[in-house]
Design a protein around this ligand. Structure first.
Ligand code: FMN
Length: 155
């Protein structure tokens, strides 16, 4: 048991995005990964204390109106200042569900986490366009990758 904590902050406003979040959580909780506590919260329910006690974070949002969903923005509005300077180097990953683009949401999140000096573990996963079942597997893989990396101490 490594006692590491993986925090998932995912906005899931639709059945499809609920499936993405659930797959991410299931991947992170894969039975072969034993040493990582996985906590999944919606953005509105996530407090700065949750972030401060995490060892890595996965962020998930939809793109709405050319930007990250307001829910994830609210998370940053409340957590940015309390976390600034205290979470530098935080390993993070990002996935975005976007009906047709995703670049505005990606840019918005990356600007903010650059300010926080969080550390990108992999390029953002942008699940773009009409719904595809493969998005579910991609989220599951992302969850497993983050949890396994945390357990192995590679971040
Ligand atoms: C008000 C509104 C604004 C949206 N704006 C964008 C947008 O700017 N770019 C984009 O790629 N998708 C946009 N979408 C599509 C959402 O990203 C998409 O519906 C959401 O990710 C949920 O995916 P789902 O339909 O597979 O459940 C918008 C959806 C809504 C309801």
């Amino acid at each position: 048991m490594t006692g590491k904590r993986l925090l998932i902050v995912a906005h899931a406003p639709s059945p499809n995005t609920e499936r993405l979040r659930d797959a991410l959580v299931a991947g992170a909780r894969s039975p072969e990964i034993e040493g990582v506590e996985v906590k999944a919260l919606g953005p509105f329910a996530t407090t700065p204390a949750e972030v401060l006690s995490a060892d890595a974070i996965i962020l998930g949002a939809t793109e709405n109106l050319g930007y990250m969903s307001g829910a994830l923005k609210d998370f940053f509005d409340r957590c940015y200042c309390p976390c600034l300077g205290l979470t530098e180097g935080m390993p993070y990953a990002l996935y975005i569900r976007a009906g047709n683009d995703g670049t505005g949401a990606k840019r918005g999140v990356e600007t903010i986490v650059t300010g926080l000096r969080w550390r990108k573990i992999q390029q953002p996963l942008i699940l773009r366009g009409a719904w595809r079942e493969e998005f579910v597997a991609q989220c599951r893989e992302l969850g497993t990758m983050m949890a396994a990396g945390l357990e192995a101490g590679v971040f």
